[in-house]
Design a protein around this ligand. Structure first.
Ligand SMILES: Cc1ncc(COP(=O)(O)O)c(C=O)c1O
Length: 391
């Protein structure tokens, strides 16, 4: 049985070309970029190239890219680094309840340090209420941190508007773009963002490497990792050269196929949604109908627990997820759906399907067959009759 991977928001397979670019850096090209000799200098050249590749993908200057160990560290560095650096100016930070745990838990840690965290409400699609945000900014606010794309329901945030609001009030704006970079165009030249997090493993690069874009002119962040002064003293420690080379290559590939990848996954996603709607009754879709990640479908079937459905599909060799990857394993209802005011009985019925560049139309056919079979089976066991409201 051929397996079908439909969980690309959790992680993506490493592209063959990316792996090929990385391998020499584990072998003969193993130099430390801080070494002054030829082998060290060669590694430095590769870091510089990767920095250019990442910068090019998001319309940035290479000097604005700081390499990190991934999206989580980028979020931590942007948020904690800003909060601590500017704490004499103010201690008020604005975020939302639909953020990834990398942002939510970082803000929670800052709250314990004495910072005040305010949460902007979202609508039923999970989109930020900008009018509410405007009223929440105070003279004490130093940072707004709001995501670009939601990893669960796929809703995109109005980051242009949010950034303009922040700028008008002299507040720094960080966006977690881990789910959007590589999937849709992200251009820091036109977007009013000061800091932006991205991660390699969401765009066919390796795990454990990412970057933080920091706009030139942004006040210096307080580093989280002190060490030998790497990354312009923003992040100490010998650089993960193979990983960074992989990130650079993944960024270059993503840039060259951004539009074709976007079209490919959105066509598959739209077709999948239509087939599901026409074949399986009592299905509900979540997330914004217009402003959404092109590859993501978040849905729930009345009378069918998401966890049970995920297991049925897993047995059939089809991999989807319930909730974010980082919280899977726990069956706590999703905080994102809570913020969207989704009723609790619906929350536990949801699954996420997230497509990638390797998915094929025939896989969508098989996925719908498997979904239909699993939903029918589960409903027959629980005595649910489609068309009736779930208990
Ligand atoms: C929106 C978002 N932010 C941050 C992260 C964390 O990134 P990483 O796994 O590279 O630490 C993820 C990963 O799931 C994510 O989806």
């Amino acid at each position: 049985m051929r397996q079908i991977y439909l969980d690309h928001n959790a992680t993506t397979p490493v592209d063959k070309e990316v792996l090929e670019a990385m391998l020499p850096h584990y072998r003969e090209a193993f130099g430390n970029p801080s070494s002054a000799h030829a082998r060290g200098r060669a590694a430095r050249v590769c870091l510089d190239l990767a920095r250019e590749q990442v910068a090019a993908l998001i319309g940035a200057h290479p000097a604005e890219i700081t390499f990190t160990s991934g999206g989580t560290e980028s979020d931590n560095l942007a948020i904690t680094g800003t909060a601590r650096a500017l704490k004499d100016k103010g201690t008020h930070i604005i975020t939302s309840r639909v953020e990834h745990p990398a942002v939510l838990n970082t803000c929670e840690e800052l709250r314990k340090e004495g910072f005040t965290i305010a949460y902007v409400p979202v609508d039923s699609y999970g989109r930020i209420d900008c009018a509410a945000l405007a009223g929440m900014i105070t003279d004490d606010t130093t940072l707004i941190t709001l995501q670009h794309g939601n990893s669960e329901v796929g809703t995109l945030q109005p980051i242009e508007e949010i950034g303009e609001l922040a700028r008008a009030r002299g507040v720094l704006f960080h966006t977690d773009a881990v789910q959007t970079v590589g999937k849709i165009a992200v251009d820091t030249q036109s977007l009013p963002v000061d800091m932006l997090s991205l991660s390699a493993h969401k765009m066919y690069g390796p795990k454990g490497v990412g970057a933080l874009y920091i706009r030139r002119g942004t006040p210096p962040l307080a580093p989280l990792i002190s060490g030998g002064g790497q990354e312009k003293k923003r992040r100490g420690g010998t650089e993960n050269v193979p990983g960074i080379v992989g990130l650079g290559k993944a960024a270059e590939i993503a840039q060259s196929r951004l539009e074709s990848d976007r079209l490919h996954v959105s066509e598959l996603r739209n077709g999948l949604r239509q087939r599901i709607e026409s074949r399986i009754p009592s299905v509900q879709f979540y997330g914004h109908p217009e402003f959404n990640l092109p590859n993501t479908l978040y849905l729930g079937f009345a009378g069918v627990e998401g966890q049970t459905l995920m297991i049925h599909l897993d047995i059939a060799g089809i991999f989807v997820s319930t909730g974010t990857a980082c919280s899977s394993g726990s069956i706590l209802p999703s905080g994102v759906l809570g913020a969207m005011a989704v009723p609790e009985n619906e929350m536990i019925q949801t699954i996420r399907i997230s497509l990638g560049r390797g998915n094929r139309p025939e896989e969508m056919e098989r996925a719908v067959d498997a979904l239909e079979k699993a939903v029918l089976e589960i409903r027959s066991k629980t005595g649910f009759s489609a068309g009736l409201a779930p208990k």
